[in-house]
Design a protein around this ligand. Structure first.
Ligand code: ZN
Length: 458
């Protein structure tokens, strides 16, 4: 007899044979490589474009496989299907940016013989997590003449790293009584860059702020830049080092920026691996999601619209944009919060995502009465359930925390504005928005399979 009650299924159970396990592992290995090198929005877009080009995609829409990027931070890619664009697209979105510390435009200071960089945090992060850990600097410096110099410091074997020193407990008795919000000041998120003073030249006085002067000398030697060049720069402090497996069984991937590069990577793999898709399959990877999706590379910009219009005029100029949009089915690929073993009280267990139980669908996000949510239509959820169940892919339905405790936003509403069907769908993480986020190996596999099934479904 058919089981009538709803059951959660474990990805470990479903993919327990050797073939399942090794496919799962191979994808996780590839994902970890991607994660280790794609730590900023620009690096994510560059790594994605490399994979697209290797699979025969070309810039523009002259052929049936094309892509367009904006400022190297947002990316749209499309694979032409057999059906007319008038029947809509299959679209997966994800975002390329992650919470981090951005260097200010005048970052360099020297205090008590220590050279530091001042930062302004980007996105929703818990400040205390960024103290006392090795950091790397990634980004770009653009010189006044327009020359762009990519920066990557603190990742190479034997290279020095950077850090924010935390206060010793002996001097932190008063801070221990403060609230978390008061104990860690944003203006104390200053990254140590150096300690050695520049030497005075023969017969001259030692330079003022000699440590800062030495840092400037070293930056000049390496990149040919001066302090003013940092004004037109985007340098991001991110956790140094590679993504790692976590646990004796290597069942978990640990690394920085999995929100939302896990969806970027799995959606991209799904787009490349999909077998002869009937509908035109697209991915849109936006920047700026963590700071409200504003800005020309964010989801509230017109970039996506322009890309689809260019694609349609190359492939099917007679089809109006609105017709394509109204028939499009989309997944807003973003991560979810997995039930935290130590903070189970923050979740409502019947409607939460569990680590290892597959990709999580979220009918609505928002907070305090679904405010600000895209609330997906049940007709669409019914269709999606059918697609995944037909292939035995594990998936789960979840909300972000208890009502009035949790909540959050994604880019789903920006897609919904076009009239397309859209729902949030992505793996659930532990430690989301921390410098070391955790994902479940079977969930990465489930997300890739689910995205691929979505592209391939008739
Ligand atoms: Zn996200």
């Amino acid at each position: 007899m058919k089981e009538l009650a709803s059951q959660k299924r474990s990805g470990w159970e479903i993919y327990k044979d050797e073939a399942g396990r090794s496919a799962m592992r191979a994808l996780a290995d590839g994902y970890m490589n991607f994660l280790s090198r794609a730590k900023t929005e620009r690096e994510t877009v560059a790594a994605a474009m490399e994979q697209l080009e290797a699979a025969g995609f070309r810039a523009g829409f002259e052929g049936g496989r094309g892509f367009v990027h904006l400022h190297g931070k947002a990316l749209f890619a499309a694979r032409r299907g057999r059906r007319s664009l008038a029947e809509g697209l299959r679209l997966i979105s994800a975002h390329t940016d992650s919470p981090r510390l951005d260097l200010k435009q005048h970052p360099l200071i020297e205090q008590v013989g220590v050279g530091q960089a001042k930062t302004h945090y980007y996105g929703g992060l818990r400040k205390y997590q960024w103290f006392a850990r090795p950091l790397a600097l990634h980004g770009v410096v653009v010189k006044a003449g327009g020359e762009a110099l990519p920066i990557c410091l603190g990742e190479g074997q034997g290279e020095p790293v950077f850090t924010i020193a935390d206060l010793l407990p002996h001097l932190a008795h008063d801070d221990a009584k403060k609230t978390l919000a008061d104990a860690f000041e944003a203006e104390k998120l200053n990254i140590i860059l150096g300690h050695e003073p520049a030497l005075a030249e023969e017969g001259q006085e030692a330079p003022k702020e000699a440590v800062k002067a030495r840092i400037l000398e070293l930056l000049h030697e390496r990149y040919g830049i001066c302090e003013d060049d940092l004004i037109s720069a985007e340098i991001e402090a991110v956790p140094a080092g590679e993504a790692r497996y976590v646990g004796l069984d290597r069942g978990i991937v640990g690394g920085y920026g999995q929100d939302d590069r896990i969806c970027v990577y799995t959606a991209l793999r799904a787009l490349l691996d999909a077998d002869d898709p009937e509908y035109t399959s697209c991915v849109i990877f936006w920047d700026k999601e963590e700071i409200g999706s504003e800005g020309s590379t964010g989801a509230s910009s017109r970039f996506f619209e322009y890309c689809v219009q260019d694609m349609a005029s190359a492939w099917e100029p007679q089809t109006p944009f609105r017709r394509i949009m109204m028939h499009t089915k989309a997944l807003s690929g973003d991560v979810h919060a997995a039930v935290d073993p130590d903070w189970q009280d923050r979740h409502e267990m019947k409607n939460s995502a569990f680590f290892g139980s597959g990709i999580a669908f979220c009918k609505f996000t928002g907070s305090r009465g679904k405010y600000g949510a895209n609330d997906a239509h049940p007709e669409y959820l019914g269709w999606l359930r059918g697609v995944l169940d037909a292939r035995g892919i594990p998936w789960q339905m979840a909300e972000l925390g208890k009502v009035d405790v949790g909540g959050g936003g994604t880019v789903a509403l920006f897609l919904a504005a076009y009239g397309m069907d859209v729902v949030d769908a992505g793996p659930a993480l532990l430690g989301m928005h921390s410098p070391f986020e955790l994902s479940s190996v079977p969930d990465i596999w489930s997300a890739k399979l689910a995205y691929q099934a979505f592209f391939e479904a008739g």
